[in-house]
Design a protein around this ligand. Structure first.
Ligand SMILES: Cc1cc2nc3c(=O)[nH]c(=O)nc-3n(C[C@H](O)[C@H](O)[C@H](O)COP(=O)(O)OP(=O)(O)OC[C@H]3O[C@@H](n4cnc5c(N)ncnc54)[C@H](O)[C@@H]3O)c2cc1C
Length: 458
């Protein structure tokens, strides 16, 4: 069997691995990428069927940094980029069983009946609240302390389910929502910090969320990872072969794949999700304790469901980005995206409407014990009630992510320190991925490009 020799071995062909490999390869470095599955993309997965374009992973990319835009230029994908329609600025939250539009400006916040007078008063008092006493405060404590319980229940709780599929009772404000933490730290108030433009905490490459574009690609998000893989060149990638053993060898590393194939590399960038590291034999590199610690990081299950309907069967205009569901509403679904309103070209006719539904998460981790048929019918019942849908769906589809998104909890610092110490103990071995510095696609791109640049500078 042919032995592969390279300078940089990248493990995993999700957005983190592909971006790192592409950046190193573009700079002329000898690079090889290995991926366990047969296709590039990792969590980015587009399903195209009978004129419907459905995203089983991320639906949209919020371009919160300039690294993402420069990557798109580098792989010549700018012309295929689609920006979300203006309609997508409107967001719904389910309240008392009815989708209600979330206020989108300070004036509409005070005029809207969405929050009670008491909640509005609490927001006005926010600048006068003291700073956090403990560095590892949960998001729910932080929000209760600064904004009150109603804000937590009807704004933050559904938002966290939509982003992390997680719970504000468990996530760390400092690590899961670093901008909120920094606003309090530098300005003493979220409101004052936002009014002042949060300049103190923004780095040059950041794009403020309010100005950030929300995008996808004409044929779906898989276009991004497919194009990166194409640009990297077939000869520099191995698919359908998982890394099984990594050991130190002659100042570098020797890697054995499931097929028995061996790779010798001077440096390794490992983007394998933390819960899967335990399946790799890291002889003399990572201890059993370290691997156990990584395996314990929670990745809740998420089921992504697609439903396509005839426009005339839906009693709601679906005139927004989507709807999030607070835990208090006691529904099965976590939220729904109105794909045809965000990017109208997701269906081949204006008469058809695509809705993507998220279910499971930390809130309903029992979902794994349900049948797909039960999941689809419970979700459909929630949709029919919320959006007054009468007919049966034209399409139904379910994608399971048994371990979807890493939860940045209050022990995150300990995980981060352990990862960095392992890197120090294994020179030339680096971790990268959505468990380091942000879960969004744009954050993964930024952090991967920054790591590649650091390696190139050395
Ligand atoms: C359902 C869902 C919806 C999301 N929605 C959004 C969204 O709307 N917007 C947004 O910005 N982000 C979203 N995210 C988050 C974002 O998509 C992910 O954080 C990001 O794509 C992760 O990329 P990654 O490369 O770090 O990891 P992954 O994509 O998980 O890639 C890791 C790769 O490593 C491979 N691998 C594992 N073990 C081995 C091994 N032993 N050998 C070789 N290869 C191995 C895996 O097969 C995988 O391909 C969503 C995520 C999910 C799951």
């Amino acid at each position: 069997m042919k032995l592969i020799k390279t300078d940089f071995l990248i493990i995993g062909a999700g957005i983190s691995g592909l971006t790192t490999a592409f950046r190193l390869n573009k700079a002329g470095k000898n690079t090889h990428l290995v991926e366990a599955s047969n296709v590039p993309g990792g969590a980015i997965k587009t399903i195209k069927k009978d004129g419907w374009i459905c995203e089983a992973g991320p639906n949209t990319v919020l371009v919160t940094n300039t690294f993402f835009s420069s990557l798109i230029e580098d792989i010549d994908l700018k012309d295929s980029m689609l920006t979300a329609s203006e309609t997508a600025n409107k967001r719904f939250i389910l309240k008392n069983g009815i989708p209600m539009a979330l206020p989108d400006s300070p004036l509409s916040f005070f005029r809207s009946p969405f929050f009670s007078t008491g909640a509005k008063m609490k927001l006005l008092a926010e600048p006068f609240k003291g700073r956090m006493k403990s560095e590892d405060e949960t998001l729910s404590n932080f929000v209760k302390r600064r904004l009150g319980q109603e804000f937590l229940d009807y704004a933050i709780n559904p938002f966290v389910a939509g982003v992390y599929a997680g719970s504000p009772d468990q996530l760390s404000v400092r690590y899961a929502f670093p901008k909120l933490y920094e606003l309090e730290k530098h300005y003493g108030s979220l409101i004052i910090g936002s009014i002042k433009g949060a300049k103190k905490i923004r780095i040059e490459t950041d794009i403020p969320r309010a100005k950030a574009k929300m995008v996808t690609f004409t044929e779906g998000n898989a276009m991004l990872t497919d194009r990166l893989s194409e640009a990297l060149g077939k000869e520099n990638q191995t698919y359908g072969d998982a890394v099984k053993v990594i050991s130190k060898s002659n100042g570098g590393y020797k890697v054995r794949l499931e097929s028995g194939k061996e790779i010798i590399s001077k440096k390794i960038i490992c983007t394998v999700p933390l819960h899967l590291l335990q399946h790799i034999d890291f002889t003399n590199m990572l201890s059993a304790d370290e691997l156990q610690k990584f395996a314990q990081v929670e990745y809740p299950p998420v089921y992504v469901l697609h439903f396509g309907f005839n426009k005339n069967d839906i009693g709601h205009k679906l005139d927004g980005f989507g709807m999030l569901v607070p835990e208090k509403e006691q529904k099965f679904i976590l939220g729904a995206l109105f794909n045809s309103s965000i990017f109208p070209s997701r269906t081949d006719s204006e008469e058809k409407k695509l809705i993507t539904v998220f279910a499971g998460g930390s809130r309903h981790s029992y979902i794994d014990s349900m049948t797909v048929e039960d999941v689809l019918s419970k979700a459909l019942a929630d949709l029919k009630n919320a959006f007054l849908i009468s007919g049966n769906p034209l399409i139904r589809n379910c994608t399971k992510w048994p371990k979807a998104i890493p939860q940045y909890k209050t022990d995150y610092k300990d995980i981060q320190v352990t990862l960095r110490n392992s890197e120090k103990a294994n020179k030339g071995f680096h971790f990268q991925g959505n468990y380091l510095g942000g879960i969004s696609v744009a954050d993964c791109v930024k952090n991967s490009m920054m790591l590649a640049d650091k390696l190139l500078a050395n």
